[in-house]
Design a protein around this ligand. Structure first.
Ligand code: GLU
Length: 469
């Protein structure tokens, strides 16, 4: 079998939609899992709607998601000459014809067909007219679509989809200004790029039958098709802004890790048994077109968060630091990125366990990012009663004499609390207030170990000094 080549072919007309990201991921997984190639084609033929910003969003989106493509990206608009060449060949081989019908004639045909209850697909009178009878007027080039029989799309997801050929019109290939239409461009580009598998949204399923006409007329091999059902919102309606973010970069800005996004998007419409959490390597190994569901998948934000949390907790500390800094940079927060790069690493082992986003991770790291004298919030202040401060006063000098290990710190904490006839829980609140200024923090022992002896004692001394005022 020849090597597999897949592609993502987005139109640069807005932000990169999460559905496009999922399509890209499926193409990437399919190719990468089989030693094939994954290519990018920017379908920028719609001059009115295509923008450079949208093209940048595609590149950035793919980069963030880690979906690397092979070869140089192809820009569809730059290939117009080649598209025209193929239309001209089809004309020469008799698979296409010049049609001189005016817009008025086409409208009249449609009105009459509608009135008589016939199909409104245009039937050009120029289809079988000899060249010698051609006027010197503007024309379009149309494909000669077969009038009888069926076209069967052998789709890997939808299975065999049968379409009556008389429902396929003689579509235009070249407009009267000589410009190629999108349907022609897609086929010519896919052929020239050697695409073996077209995996894309099922909004293109009907296009497949019409595109197959061109493949057949050119005697080109038809690629394997897999048309993916739409992504729906949690309520079963088409995923839209109403449900939450739909653009890839919005998810990036919300601080989700790309590994979690890949895992979640892979599960949107595809499954491998009951596996929910998996690595890229596993997904590449397991991904198969047969296991793509026929019905639309619903976007589940809870599940996304849950998987992202698992990925954050499993990421190596050094890589996680790097990703968190990247996140801060795209948020345009260079200052805090700098501070994070100096302080975050030793804290990651404990704070990464329950963070679903980089933002949450940074929130949990707050105790290490703040400087003395730290601000104690109102809730935490409640834990600093006179009794509590006496306990802290007793504890602080003894911290000079312990080895800075979890065991000794725990033993000392318990010992001091017991001296005051309390269990350690009663000392934990005041310690959180003194060390972090908050009530919700990592464990007090982790904070002490991460802050180190000098900083811990200094923060406690600040509170003790205030308390004795
Ligand atoms: N440009 C099309 C889109 O963004 C994709 C066409 C294709 O995959 O064949 O929906």
């Amino acid at each position: 079998m020849s090597a597999i080549v897949t592609r993502i072919a987005p139109s640069p007309t807005g932000s990169m939609h999460i559905g496009t990201a999922r399509t890209a991921l499926f193409n990437w997984l399919y190719a990468r899992g089989r030693g094939g190639k994954f290519l990018l084609r920017v379908e920028d033929t719609d001059k009115e709607r295509s923008t450079p910003e949208a093209t940048t969003a595609i590149f950035k989106g793919l980069e963030w998601l880690g979906l690397d493509f092979d070869d140089e990206p192809v820009f569809q608009a730059s290939r117009a000459e080649r598209h025209i060449e193929i239309a001209t060949q089809l004309l020469a081989s008799g698979h296409a014809y010049k049609c001189f019908s005016t817009q008025d004639e086409i409208s009249q045909f449609r009105d009459a067909a509608r009135a008589e209850g016939r199909s409104t697909l245009y039937q050009s009178p120029w289809r079988d007219i000899d060249h010698s009878a051609h006027p010197d007027e503007a024309y379009v080039i149309r494909i000669k679509s077969p009038n009888e029989g069926h076209t069967i799309i052998k789709d890997q997801v939808q299975r065999d989809v049968k379409i009556r050929n008389d429902q396929l019109d003689d579509m235009v290939l070249l407009r009267s200004d000589g410009s190629p239409v999108y349907m022609l461009a897609v086929v010519v580009d896919d052929y020239d790029m050697g695409i073996t598998h077209v995996i894309r949204g099922d909004d293109h399923l009907n296009n497949a039958a019409r595109q197959m006409l061109i493949y057949r007329a050119m005697n080109w091999p038809i690629p394997v098709y897999a048309h993916l059902p739409l992504i729906l919102g949690p309520d079963g309606k088409k995923l839209s802004k109403r449900h939450g973010a739909t653009g890839v970069e919005e998810y990036q800005l919300m601080g989700y890790p790309a590994s979690g996004m890949r895992n979640y998007l892979a599960r949107l419409g595809w499954s491998h048994g009951d596996d929910e959490f998996f690595s890229d390597e596993q997904a590449k190994d397991w991904f198969h077109l047969d296991a793509i569901g026929k019905s639309a998948a619903r976007f589940d934000f809870k599940k996304l968060e849950n998987l992202c949390g698992q990925h954050i907790s499993q990421t190596q500390d050094a890589a996680l630091l790097h990703e968190t800094l990247e996140y801060k940079r795209i948020k345009d927060d260079e200052d805090s990125a700098h501070k994070l790069s100096k302080r975050l690493l030793p804290a990651l082992y404990c704070i990464k366990q329950r963070a679903k986003t980089y933002g949450e991770l940074i929130e949990k790291a707050n105790f290490i990012l703040i400087d003395r004298p730290i601000k104690i919030d109102e809730k935490a202040k409640i834990n600093l009663s006179e009794d509590a401060i006496s306990m802290l006063n007793t504890l602080t000098p003894q911290l000079h004499n312990v080895s800075w290990s979890r065991e000794e710190l725990e033993a000392l904490g318990k010992f001091v609390a017991e001296k005051f006839d309390k269990n350690f829980g009663k000392l934990a609140g005041p310690l959180r207030a003194a060390l972090a200024g908050q009530t919700v923090t990592p464990s007090v022992f982790d904070m002490m170990l991460i802050l180190g002896r000098d900083e811990t004692i200094a923060r406690l001394a600040d509170v003790n000094a205030k308390g004795s005022n």
